[in-house]
Ligand binder design. Sequence first.
Ligand SMILES: *[C@@H]1O[C@H](CO)[C@@H](O)[C@H](O)[C@H]1NC(C)=O
Ligand SMILES: *[C@@H]1O[C@H](CO)[C@@H](O)[C@H](O)[C@H]1NC(C)=O
Ligand SMILES: *[C@@H]1O[C@H](CO)[C@@H](O)[C@H](O)[C@H]1NC(C)=O
Ligand SMILES: *[C@@H]1O[C@H](CO)[C@@H](O)[C@H](O)[C@H]1NC(C)=O
Ligand SMILES: *[C@@H]1O[C@H](CO)[C@@H](O)[C@H](O)[C@H]1NC(C)=O
Ligand SMILES: *[C@@H]1O[C@H](CO)[C@@H](O)[C@H](O)[C@H]1NC(C)=O
Length: 506
Amino acid sequence: MAAPRCSIPGLLSFLAAALLLSCSVRSDKQSNIILILTDDQDVRLGGLTPMEKTKRLIGDAGATFVNAFTVTPLCCPSRSSVLTGRYPHNHEVRNNSVSGNCSSALWQSGPEAQAFPVFLNKMKYQTFFAGKYLNQYGKKEGGDIGYVPPGWDQWHALVGNSQYYNYTLSVNGKEEQHGDSYEEDYLTDLIVNRSLHFLDDRSPQHPFFIMVSPPAPHSPWTPAPQYRDKFADVKAPRDGSFNKPGTDKHWLLRQPSNPMTDSSLNYLDDAYRRRWQTLLSVDDLVEKLVEKVDSINELNNTYVFFTSDNGYHTGQFSLPIDKRQLYEFDIRVPLMVRGPGIKPNQTLQAPVLNIDLAPTILDISGVNLSSVNVDGQSFLAQMAPTLRNGTARPFFLVEYIGEGQPTPDPACPALGPGLSHCFPDCVCEDAYNNTYACVRTLDGQQDLQYCEFADSESFVEVYNLTSDCHQLENIVKKVDPALLQAMNQRLIKLQSCVGDSCRETH
Ligand SMILES: *[C@@H]1O[C@H](CO)[C@@H](O)[C@H](O)[C@H]1NC(C)=O
Ligand SMILES: *[C@@H]1O[C@H](CO)[C@@H](O)[C@H](O)[C@H]1NC(C)=O
Ligand SMILES: *[C@@H]1O[C@H](CO)[C@@H](O)[C@H](O)[C@H]1NC(C)=O
Ligand SMILES: *[C@@H]1O[C@H](CO)[C@@H](O)[C@H](O)[C@H]1NC(C)=O
Ligand SMILES: *[C@@H]1O[C@H](CO)[C@@H](O)[C@H](O)[C@H]1NC(C)=O
Ligand SMILES: *[C@@H]1O[C@H](CO)[C@@H](O)[C@H](O)[C@H]1NC(C)=O
């Protein structure tokens, strides 16, 4: 098994560059676009390792971004950022509940009405969605199953959070119940089947946009039957911050018992293995979709994006399983893109964010970006410099609002109120005041992370990722106070940025 690494070495070889100059042809025909968005797939702990076909068909055929981040490490806020191209402080989706705007009426009448699919549809794209949308989609409080967000021509969305069997879909606003027959219901397979039918039925006069959002590798980690016995010897990686105490970190990270119990270790190893098993079906999905697009002779005119909503951890700093933390394992996501003008086998260092997906997709579609209200920026120039000019951003914001429960977890009464996700072994992964904002400087000279918590300690964590890529040492007490102050000022500006001011470079 590949050990997790801090950075992925390897730059574009001159050979590959020379070979591919001849391939960057582009007709005036609008390009098709495919976005594959997985659920909770990390990149730091080996999350891409089981996906050999995806790496070959997308990464080797295009660009692999080794510094791709979510601006918030939780499903619903992150997905809302993907759809709108905005930081959470601008789309105002705070958490995974309707009361925190996840698929709420205010989200629907506000940010969602300006999400990128609406613009694609105006550009005459035929649009298709299948899979998990937002955690509260289709619930009564979120507009029910009849509600189909604007911009989508074909809509096959999961009601609620990720499931593999026994779920309900909204199929263009109509309820469709599914049971637990592998052949008829396994959600990852159903998603790709529907997308292939869409390609058969589309009109070749117009370009297409496909967004597929499989449940994998989110819990309950139910693999397809043929993959149930795979990776029998695989365990979560043991290096870096695995099973380390979070002694110099904010209070929530000082709570887990260390070393972890055997039952926690067994639990997280099982989760890790099953996550990989479920990803094998996503690997099949990618292969089937790419092969289909090839078979209709559209592959050389199609951009394919592969990414995830947030990362994930299994045992880092003695936290058993989840996301929600400011550390690399939770905020870094996989990102690979192939398409016209993108030379194969490129490894790109430029930092890119999930809020950049919407502007990049709209840029490809021909929308004038000055007419859309986004905080992110197109990274087409980074992938395809023959098509666009542009420079990489030197710093960015990551922001998160902690989720809690007003009453103590009945399984862990001693812990008191305000915490959540206290499982297994009563280790809590979140709390109302696990609320933080970080500025990350990543510009080729520096790789620094500065984070402030909205807790009673106003806790600050600072990491020099160049020398400490596993974030083992909080250097807040060692750093020049002038530098701390400069980072604090930058953070304050970013926390209220809108549009252009989010893209400032100084
Ligand atoms: C794509 O390939 C087809 C032949 O397979 C060719 O006719 C077409 O010009 C190519 N398009 C682009 C954009 O390279
Ligand atoms: C990309 O790199 C891989 C591994 O080195 C190689 O097998 C493949 O042929 C390369 N692909 C292209 C299109 O250059
Ligand atoms: C939900 O979003 C609306 C704007 O779309 C905003 O006015 C409201 O304050 C948000 N609610 C929360 C709880 O943040
Ligand atoms: C699906 O639901 C049925 C009926 O409630 C149940 O028997 C079955 O175990 C469930 N299957 C899965 C995979 O959860
Ligand atoms: C998907 O299509 C394949 C090939 O037709 C079929 O074998 C499989 O049962 C289908 N799965 C689902 C869940 O629709
Ligand atoms: C989600 O956000 C809303 C609005 O701030 C809050 O009332 C609710 O308690 C939050 N939910 C959780 C689980 O923290």
